[in-house]
Ligand binder design. Structure first.
Ligand SMILES: C=C(O[C@@H]1C=C(C(=O)O)C=C[C@H]1O)C(=O)O
Length: 404
């Protein structure tokens, strides 16, 4: 679907660029469990839960993707768009689906935060798993592995089990996530747990700052983030924190493991790679991150966005370095299953163009009023357990602020 594609739906709402929330609210109205939403900085999609053409609950592979598009075409879907979630462990089953009907719209230049806070859910109960002190212990254990086992970096995460005082309402939640994270990737994508099922068992919902792969024709964009610090409401202190991150030896080292490993894999698949020598600093609503924006051209233009994303995943941004060593230690260190957290979330067209972000700053909706939030942080020699507890709490704030 090119950016010239006319916006289906409401002709009267075509002035999407007007800076008011009603302009694109129609894309979110009535959004429920089972619907699909994905917004990147310049385009947003909504797929309908009604008459979903095809669903696959198989590991993501080129064959699975081709089969899905073939089936959608056989069912008469004219311009199929696949949405999906790929778990952190790509060998496990992915939730991929092609809705019968998809709307898309440009993103407004500016979003106004909803001022009406009435009727917002309140957090009735929250329980960290593991407890923060236990997370600190996990960080200490990981630091021990660095001296003993040649591990350079490992990303350790924790969760928060949240119960709300009323059912989650997407029509309220999504505009809030969008207004706070206009430059990121806001998503709400259904989760299945059996092939052939028509009803999803839950949703992954969040606002990720990190693009793994965007493919437009043979051009690819990859934007790893690693090395972070929480922001401060005082502008001069906030600027100091940003400037400090740009020169922090520990964070630049943590970032370089990610970029070097991604560059190694991209060289196999791409030509004309443009990899900036130094990272820049980008801001989300809650954190500053070191960021490297990479572009290149595919050697094999048949390679789809998701295939390239699966070659790169799991990057040291969300796993560690060396990747296989970090991956093998995670089940012993983290007392829960990551599932789709720190996996891939995105969309793709039949021609292979698409966008896959990392599913971060997110939650899995596990029941009408229950959610599991996730956050992780990269640990390298020099990391401080207390700072990592704080960083993961700050990362959860992106989502917490939208439900509190
Ligand atoms: C793991 C997360 O974020 C990742 C870890 C980062 C870090 O350690 O600095 C930064 C961005 C992400 O790559 C998360 O948000 O949960």
């Amino acid at each position: 679907m090119s950016s010239e594609t006319p916006i289906p739906g409401k002709p009267s709402d075509n002035n999407i660029n007007a800076a008011n929330r009603e302009a694109d609210q129609w894309l979110i109205d009535d959004f429920r469990v089972g619907d699909f939403f994905f917004a990147s900085p310049d385009r947003q999609f909504r797929g309908s839960r009604k008459d979903v053409a095809v669903v696959s609950y198989q590991p993501a592979s080129a064959e699975t993707i081709h089969a899905l598009f073939d089936q959608a075409r056989q069912r008469g879907v004219a311009e199929p768009v696949m949405f999906g979630l790929v778990p952190f462990d790509v060998s496990r089953r992915a939730s991929l689906a092609i809705p019968s009907h998809v709307d898309n719209a440009p993103v407004p230049n500016e979003r106004v935060r909803q001022s009406d806070q009435s009727g917002r859910p309140q957090v009735a109960n929250q329980k960290p798993v593991p407890e923060p002190e236990q997370y600190g212990e996990m960080v200490r254990k990981a630091l021990g592995l660095m001296s003993e086992e040649g591990l350079r970096k490992i990303v350790l995460s924790r969760t928060m089990e949240v119960t709300l005082d009323r059912p989650l309402e997407y029509a309220r939640l999504l505009p809030d996530l969008l207004s706070r994270n206009a430059h990121g990737y806001t998503f709400a994508i259904p989760v299945w747990d059996a092939d052939g099922q028509t009803q999803p068992v839950g949703m992954m919902v969040g606002a990720s700052p990190e693009l793994l792969v965007r493919r437009v024709g043979d051009t690819i964009h990859v934007n790893p983030l690693a090395g972070s610090i929480g922001r401060n409401p005082d502008p001069s202190r906030d600027q100091q924190l940003k400037d400090g991150l740009a020169v922090s030896e520990k964070d630049l080292r943590e970032h370089s493991y990610v970029v070097n490993d991604i560059a190694r894999i991209l060289r196999e698949h791409c030509v004309d790679l443009d990899i900036p020598e130094r990272p820049s600093v980008i801001g989300t609503d809650t954190l500053w991150h070191l960021s490297t924006y990479i572009t290149g051209r595919l050697r094999n233009p048949e390679m789809t966005a998701l295939e390239l994303a699966c070659e790169l995943h799991p990057t040291p941004a969300i796993c560690g370095y060396p990747t296989a060593t970090a991956f093998s230690h995670l089940p012993d260190l983290e007392p829960f299953d990551r599932g789709y957290f720190a996996g891939l979330v995105g969309w793709q067209q039949a021609n292979g163009d698409g966008e896959w972000a990392l599913s971060l700053r997110c939650a899995q909706q596990t029941g009408e009023d229950t959610l599991r939030l996730f956050a992780g942080a990269g640990i390298v020699t020099g990391s401080n357990p207390d700072h990592e507890i704080l960083e993961t709490a700050t990362k959860m704030e992106t989502f917490m602020r939208a439900i509190r």
